[in-house]
Ligand binder design. Structure first.
Ligand SMILES: *Cc1c(COP(=O)(O)O)cnc(C)c1O
Length: 392
């Protein structure tokens, strides 16, 4: 089956009890047993739920993995992955990753003796000196958030394999339509399904997809033993959202390319970060690794202050000022004060995340309306001298 067909059919069978074409929402916490221990494979809904199983089979197929295991959020999925490690083990992570992932690694797992090191992965060979006998997991995010660097999954996974280190790719920003890390050598794929997979900004959900069937047991155990499971209604919304994943992402990428090109020649914009632009440092890699260049675009302003950014952020009408990404509607956000506020300012500046950096999640509206909306907001931007110096 090809990708678009999988989006609609993989893992989903008409309901055996009624023939319902859409997977029913099995809103139950428990299941009747014929006699003690005699049941139909379902005992208690933390452990098993048919709506969740259909979704898990669908996701395993989309990422070409052996199995998918769903969680109540992307961060719950990440937590289950880090629980593969023991105190004293070390995670090597890309340095401009999702703020919540950074917070979890440092403030949650750090307390239990799991160390994390954050490095640039732009040059795979530069990773080698950081690998020690304690390194157990390489954590990759690509494209990165919010600087939209692209890291070479295939090269890094090959290198990790040579050193006996597991690799996990947070594939949230790309979605399996654009990029399938397991096919490139990754051991584990993680998703905040809240974003492109759900696609409609109406559900919080996470997933882990494993390449090696032997890794499934850890995640099944953790799903049940820790209990961060998604509800059946959320699984249904995911299954429904995924049916149009290929169409949504295709259109969003098309729009993003138009917006990025437009911003690049705008006089009030300093720099545009988008892997689809020819001057992006990893443009060739992105071309190889991804089907299209994604629908996230970041840019900063020619006057690099918080006040200047605030002005743009408060003056769009089609773009909604909000956290998150990957929905049908376009969002505009300010990483320094929103998604990445949990990262210290010095750490942020090191990776180029300046105070005026603006992040766009491009949706599937008409591109002309998106461009017009940004133009209007940028037009209202006063000349630099009219804005009092920032006190931040
Ligand atoms: C949103 C996000 C997460 C966290 O997922 P939740 O579903 O919000 O818990 C992790 N990684 C990336 C790249 C994200 O965008």
């Amino acid at each position: 089956m090809k990708f678009g067909t999988k989006c609609i059919h993989a893992g989903v069978e008409p309901d055996p009890a009624t023939g319902a074409v859409m997977t029913p929402i099995y809103q139950t916490s428990t299941y009747a047993q014929d006699s003690p221990g005699q049941h139909k494979g379902y005992e208690y809904a933390r452990t098993q739920n048919p709506t969740r199983h259909a979704l898990e089979n669908n996701l395993a197929s989309l990422e070409n993995g052996a199995a998918a295991i769903c969680f109540s959020s992307g961060l719950a999925a990440m937590d289950a992955i880090i629980r593969m490690l023991n105190p004293g083990d070390e995670v090597l992570s890309v340095n401009d990753l999702y703020g919540g992932s950074y917070r979890q690694l440092t403030k949650v797992h750090g307390r239990f003796g799991i160390k994390s090191k954050f490095i640039s992965m732009n040059e795979p060979e530069d990773i080698v000196p950081h690998i020690s006998e304690h390194t157990k997991l390489l954590w990759i995010e690509t494209p990165t958030n919010p600087m939209l660097n692209v890291v070479d999954i295939e090269a890094i996974c090959a290198l990790a394999q040579k050193h006996g280190v597991l690799t996990c790719v947070d594939n949230t920003f790309a979605s399996p339509y654009l990029q399938r890390p397991i096919e490139l050598g990754a051991d584990i794929v993680m998703h905040s399904a809240t974003k492109y997979l759900g696609g409609h900004s109406d559900v919080v959900h996470g997933a882990v997809i494993v390449k090696d069937p032997a890794h499934e047991a850890h995640f099944r155990f953790t799903q049940n033993a820790v209990g961060a499971v998604p509800g059946p209604q959320d699984c249904f919304l995911l299954l429904r959202g995924i049916k149009t994943l290929h169409l949504r992402v295709e259109r969003a990428c098309e729009n993003a390319a138009k917006v990025a090109k437009h911003l690049q020649q705008h006089p009030k914009v300093n720099q545009v970060y988008y892997p689809g632009l020819e001057d992006h440092p990893q443009h060739e890699l992105a071309k190889r690794q991804m089907k299209h260049f994604g629908a996230m675009v970041s840019f900063d302003l020619h006057q690099n202050t918080l006040d200047y950014a605030t002005h743009v952020l408060s003056n769009t009408k089609v773009f909604t000022l909000a956290e998150s990404l990957g929905g049908v509607e376009s969002l505009i956000g300010h990483p320094a004060s929103m998604t990445h506020a949990s990262i210290p300012r010095e750490e942020r500046l090191k990776v180029g995340l300046t105070d005026s950096l603006i992040r766009l999640s491009i949706g599937i509206e008409d591109a002309d309306d998106l461009i017009g909306d940004l133009d209007t907001a940028l037009e209202k931007l006063p000349a630099a001298r009219e804005i009092p110096a920032s006190t931040h």
